[in-house]
Design a protein around this ligand. Structure first.
Ligand code: ZN
Length: 188
């Protein structure tokens, strides 16, 4: 297993739709193991294949809720069903999210409260997860990565402008940038 470099916004693989996984073979199993290790080292609660430079429709997630229940898995070729998002401004305290490809930053974004994830696991078995709240947010964030969308692309005023300024300040937004969890220190 290995910790993989995480691509930073501007790399084309993050901004293009990924293609379906054709077959779950040893290559995919190794990729998924490496993605779990990378996510845990970062640390993060989700990681999509395009973030490690692989344009395939799969993501891993790992998050423990307030009741101590661990939600952890891999979603291959997922479909995501969403409830309509509430109207209004996002709350900075309870609706701010971050992204390992836009590292060290957090911005608020309104998301759907409920989601149903349908996907294939590493054994090729179909499964379904009904998610609420933060888990539903994780699924929406990771699913967006498979369509080449970063959460900063969805930010509303004035947060979109703030994110753009941050990107410029860090000289992101160009191809070829990455960081390696466990080696590169990130200010948060
Ligand atoms: Zn992300």
């Amino acid at each position: 297993m290995a910790v993989l470099p995480i691509r930073i916004t501007g790399d084309p693989v993050l901004h293009s739709p990924a293609r379906p996984v054709a077959e779950i073979d040893d290559e995919i199993r190794t990729l998924v193991a490496d993605m779990f290790e990378t996510m845990d080292e970062a640390p993060g609660v989700g990681l999509a294949a395009p973030q490690v430079g692989v344009p395939l429709r799969l993501f891993v997630y790992g998050w423990t809720d307030d009741d101590g229940v661990q939600h952890r898995g891999v979603a291959i070729n997922p479909t995501l069903w969403l409830s309509p998002a509430a109207v209004g401004e996002p709350d900075e305290d309870s609706e701010s999210e971050g992204c390992l490809s836009f590292p060290g930053e957090r911005f608020p974004l309104r998301r759907s409260q409920s989601a149903i994830l349908q996907a294939t696991d590493l054994d090729g078995a179909a499964y379904e997860v009904r998610a609420e709240g933060w888990l539903a947010r994780i699924f929406q964030h990771e699913y967006d990565h498979l369509d080449g969308i970063l959460y900063v692309d969805r930010l509303t005023h004035p947060y979109g402008k703030a994110a753009f300024k941050t990107q410029r300040k860090n000289s992101w937004g160009v191809p070829g940038l990455s960081w390696l969890p466990g080696r590169d220190h990130l200010e948060d």
